[in-house]
Design a protein. Structure first.
Length: 309
């Protein structure tokens, strides 16, 4: 293995984008949770942990935290059940993904097991839960994922016959989809994303997060991307892969690739954001919404967090 170069290290997290209402406290709780997870990621990357392991660990921590729309505390579908989507991709081209699983405690862990296994990229629904069992990944009772806040939000969304993006949630606090991108000290890129999708979604709906090339992407020659926003628009715009192709074939900068891809999403009628790191170390965290929960750092520099703006 080549020597670790701490100056290569880059890392970003998101906790969802949307038109969130202003808050006196500026969503301090979410920012603090993201700061702690980013600081752990920084220590791990400096100690030589790979980008792939670090994005998985960060997303797992966010899945366990009820302040976000992933794992425990995810939004609920029309039947009041959490159906979870997640993906992980390594810059060497390997990928794993799960859609609409109901019993996998940490969906990104199953995505990682599929990446390592290598035979199939994606499992969905009850068969994803069965795959977790085969891989020795912890399952949870579906009730584990449900919080009081999410149950109340879903009832209100059902009563008004709406399917609601988490941050645009008119029925409670914004607690969004999660994702991480990293470049490790060896120059490898990786990305991971995890979500419960949209409140009151129709059962079986799968969003962009687990679709490789839509909400999640990594390629060591170009970029690592994790997206958040209106999933249907991100799938139709093929957002994450189009950033790769703009960089690979048109020599676009990371910033230009991200802006143009988000513009495509906007033209389709969707809003949201993304976090991305380029092979050359550029890092961008753009969003077309009033806010996006985020945290990032370069090398051994300070962790910066943000919410509104
Ligand atoms: N992109 C996610 C989905 O559509 C939702 C989000 O990012 O808030 O499932």
């Amino acid at each position: 293995m080549t020597d670790l170069k701490p100056q290569l290290i880059r890392f970003a997290l998101h906790g969802g984008a949307g038109d969130m209402p202003p808050k006196d406290h500026g969503y301090a709780e979410q920012q603090q949770a993201m700061r702690e997870i980013a600081e752990r990621a920084q220590a791990a990357l400096i100690a030589g942990t790979t980008a792939l392991d670090v994005v998985q660990q960060a997303v797992e921590a966010l899945e366990d935290c009820p302040l976000f729309n992933a794992g425990h505390g995810a939004v609920l579908n029309r039947e009041g059940v959490a159906e979870l989507d997640a993906a992980i991709m390594d810059g060497d081209g390997r990928a794993g993904a799960v859609g609409a699983c109901q019993r996998v405690r940490n969906p990104v862990q199953l995505a990682r097991a599929l990446l390592d296994d290598g035979r199939h990229v994606m499992f969905a629904g009850p068969n994803a839960d069965a795959a977790a069992q085969r891989h020795g990944i912890a399952l949870a009772d579906p009730a584990y994922f449900v919080t009081e806040l999410r149950a109340a939000q879903q009832k209100k969304a059902l009563a008004s016959n709406r399917i609601v993006l988490d941050h645009d949630e008119p029925f409670g606090d914004a607690k969004g989809t999660v994702g991480a991108v990293a470049r490790d000290g060896f120059g490898n890129l990786a990305a991971a994303t995890s979500t419960g999708g949209m409140t009151n979604k129709i059962p079986g709906r799968v969003g962009d997060s687990p679709i490789i090339g839509a909400g999640t992407w990594a390629n060591n020659a170009t970029c690592a991307v994790s997206a958040t926003g209106h999933g249907e628009s991100y799938i139709r715009a093929n957002l994450a892969a189009q950033m790769h192709w703009r960089m690979a074939l048109a020599c676009a900068s990371l910033e230009a690739a991200a802006d143009e891809a988000l513009e495509d999403v906007r033209e389709i009628g969707g809003t949201g954001g993304l976090i991305a790191i380029a092979a050359n170390g550029d890092m961008v965290l753009p969003h077309t919404t009033t806010g996006m929960f985020r945290a990032s750092f370069s090398g051994d520099g300070a962790v910066a967090t943000g919410a509104l703006d």
